[in-house]
Structures are given as structure tokens and as C-alpha cells.
Design a binder for this molecule. Structure first.
Ligand SMILES: Cc1cc2nc3c(=O)[nH]c(=O)nc-3n(C[C@H](O)[C@H](O)[C@H](O)COP(=O)(O)O)c2cc1C
Length: 333
């Protein structure tokens, strides 16, 4: 059984990747994931705000002068805000010793000097960079094209300082997601990670409070990324990573059939622990065995629409069929 795949030009032993999150936050956890068989790991994000905080700190220390360093650290620095970028480089170095490719994650929403940090991340040994652009254009006066251009500009800035591959992790909320995907590819994206989970605040009418609304994902959320992966498979050359809603080996198989090069998981690993990697891989192998499939390459994109399928008609046809089927199933008799 050959589970090997290629992602961002990297040869992976299998398509299961631990996505950014607490499971990849320490060298020890990365080691456990590697022992459980994972194909690669993505580190938790290093945020633009953290990189800026560290740069500010360095600047202020330089102004205060080396003689007063001790005193300066005591009143100028928020230690929590400034420590992480340096620890991050250490985590990359130590994670790389686990034997599986370590993908660093940079997370930001504005263009600025922080993007230069990508170079430090590369120099520390990251096999690739996942660029999570989490931008919510809350101002209703921002035209859609300007919001999209920001993604392109941030990607271009990162690409200009590194030679390792760069994947972009993004949300599906564009007026024409396919166009955005193609523009990112033209701007140099080596891969697309579909999707970032969008933070949607929740309101509790009982307590009159607003919460982050954050929950671990459920498999039902996989349908949106899966259908976009299927649609893009024949349209882009860049790697496609599936992120969201993987709980069982069937979820992994379905993403591969849609056309994913790798399938990522965070929530399931947080629920079940690193050993779940082995369970997912065993389940995938058993499914391939049952279906007489010898390699991941044989099934990748098997159920994606052909590249020459008229997309508008295809989407509309699917929608009409779904309405028809739902009406037949649920209409009162
Ligand atoms: C607790 C937690 C922390 C996360 N931290 C990050 C992060 O730092 N950077 C990032 O790009 N995604 C982060 N994610 C998102 C995951 O990488 C993943 O894209 C998302 O959870 C969907 O995958 P899942 O359904 O397998 O959980 C986080 C998710 C969780 C649950």
C-alpha cells in the first residue's frame, strides 16, 4: 500500500498532516505525532502582532542603551508579548529533528515589516511556510477588490524573502473564491489550504454576553472545503490542502477523492490525542484495501469534476438536483 504524496514539492510518507494548533506547540508533542505516523506538521501561528511587539521591544531597548538594559526590561517590556517569536524559531529547529517536515505558520492581515520574519523562519529550518491571512474587512467602505489585493500583497511580500514553498490558508468568503485562488497562484502561492475556520461570535440572550463562539469542528463542516477542493482540482497546479472537519478515516478518504494532496486535522487530535493519527492511517489503509486501491495517487481527485466541466452550469445543476431531492425526501405527504 503506497500512501506517499507530494505537498508543496515535499515528499510526504502519507497525506495526513497535523494542522496548526496546540497539538504542534511543543517539540515533545511533535515527536509524538511523528511517532504516530503523521506525514507533516504545521506549527501554531506566529502572529503579526507578536512579531511587531518583538520588533518594538528591540527598538526601544536600542534607544535606552545597553547600559540600562536590566532596568529597561523591567518596565518597557511585556514579556508575554515578546518572548514567542524567538521561542518559535527554537520550536522549528527542535521540531525538524522529529523526522517529519515542519511547516511554520505566519498569521497576519496587514502589509508591513513583519512579513520579513518569514526569512528567519526559513533559516531556522522550516520546510515550508503556511501563510494564514486572517483579514476581516469590517469597514463597509472597503471595496472587495481592495480586500482581495491585500492577500496578494502580503503573499508577494513573503515570497520575496524566502525560497521555501509558501501555502496560503484563507477563508471561503470571497465573492468569487475561484478567481481569488487563481490570483494567489499567479502571485506565487505554492499551495492553498482550504479553509481557515472563520471566528463567528455568538450571543447569549440569557446572560446578555457575546462570546467568541469557538468550538471544535464537526465533520458536517467539511462539505464546503471539500466541494471547493473538487472544483479547483482541475483548475490549479498548486497543492491543495484540506482543513476542517476530519474525524474519521472516511473523512480523509472523501477529501482525497475530492482532490486534496494532503488532509489536515486539528480538532480530532485535540479530542482523541496524537494516537488518533495511527487510527486514521490504519482506517485509510483498510478502506484502500477493501476497495482494491494500491496508492493514494490512484484516488486523488477521482470524484472531482473534469477540468473542462462548465463550472456555472455544474454548480447550478447540483443546486437544482439537491433542491429536488430534498423536496422529495422532506415534503409532507
Ligand atoms: C485550539 C485551536 C487552535 C488553532 N490555532 C491555529 C493557529 O494558530 N493558526 C492557524 O492557522 N490555525 C489554527 N487553528 C485552526 C486549525 O489549524 C484548523 O484549520 C481548523 O481547526 C480546522 O480544522 P479541524 O476541523 O481539523 O479542527 C486552530 C484550531 C484550534 C481548534
Amino acid at each position: 500500500m503506497n500512501l506517499a504524496t507530494r505537498y508543496l514539492g515535499l515528499d510526504l510518507r502519507n497525506p495526513l498532516v497535523a494542522s496548526a494548533g496546540p497539538m504542534t506547540q511543543t517539540a515533545d508533542r511533535i515527536k509524538r505525532l511523528a511517532e504516530a505516523g503523521v506525514g507533516a506538521v504545521v506549527l501554531p501561528s506566529l502572529f503579526e502582532e507578536q512579531i511587531r511587539a518583538e520588533a518594538d521591544r528591540d527598538e526601544r531597548l536600542a534607544e535606552v542603551g545597553i547600559d540600562s538594559f536590566g532596568e529597561a526590561t523591567s518596565y518597557l517590556i511585556d514579556p508575554d508579548a515578546s518572548v514567542w517569536p524567538r521561542q518559535y524559531l527554537d520550536l522549528i529547529e527542535r521540531g525538524a529533528g522529529s523526522g517529519v517536515p515542519v511547516i511554520a505558520s505566519l498569521n497576519g492581515s496587514t502589509l508591513g515589516g513583519w512579513t520579513g520574519y518569514a526569512r528567519s523562519v526559513q533559516d531556522a529550518g522550516a520546510a515550508a511556510i503556511e501563510l494564514n491571512i486572517y483579514y476581516l474587512p469590517g469597514d463597509p467602505l472597503i471595496p472587495g477588490r481592495d480586500a482581495e489585493q491585500r492577500y496578494i500583497d502580503i503573499l508577494t511580500a513573503v515570497k520575496s524573502v524566502v525560497s521555501v514553498p509558501v501555502a496560503v490558508k484563507l477563508t471561503p468568503y470571497f465573492s468569487s473564491f475561484g478567481d481569488m485562488a487563481l490570483r494567489l497562484e499567479q502571485a506565487g502561492a505554492d499551495g492553498l489550504v482550504l479553509f481557515n475556520r472563520f471566528m463567528q461570535t455568538d450571543i447569549n440572550p440569557d446572560t446578555f454576553t457575546v462570546s467568541t463562539g469557538f468550538k471544535l469542528s464537526s465533520p458536517a463542516e467539511a462539505t464546503l472545503p471539500r466541494s471547493w477542493i473538487a472544483r479547483l482540482r482541475g483548475q490549479v497546479r498548486s497543492s491543495l490542502a484540506a482543513s476542517t472537519g476530519v474525524e474519521t478515516a472516511d473523512d480523509v478518504a472523501a477529501y482525497l477523492l475530492a482532490g486534496a494532496d494532503v488532509v489536515m486535522t486539528t480538532s480530532a487530535l485535540l479530542r482523541h490525542g496524537p494516537g488518533h493519527v495511527t487510527a486514521l492511517l490504519d482506517g485509510l489503509t483498510a478502506w484502500m484495501d477493501r476497495k482494491g486501491i494500491g496508492s493514494v495517487g490512484e484516488i486523488r481527485g477521482l470524484l472531482a469534476p473534469a477540468a473542462d466541466t462548465p463550472q456555472a452550469g455544474f454548480g447550478r445543476y447540483g443546486y437544482l438536483s439537491a433542491v429536488e431531492q430534498a423536496t422529495r425526501t422532506y415534503a409532507p405527504r
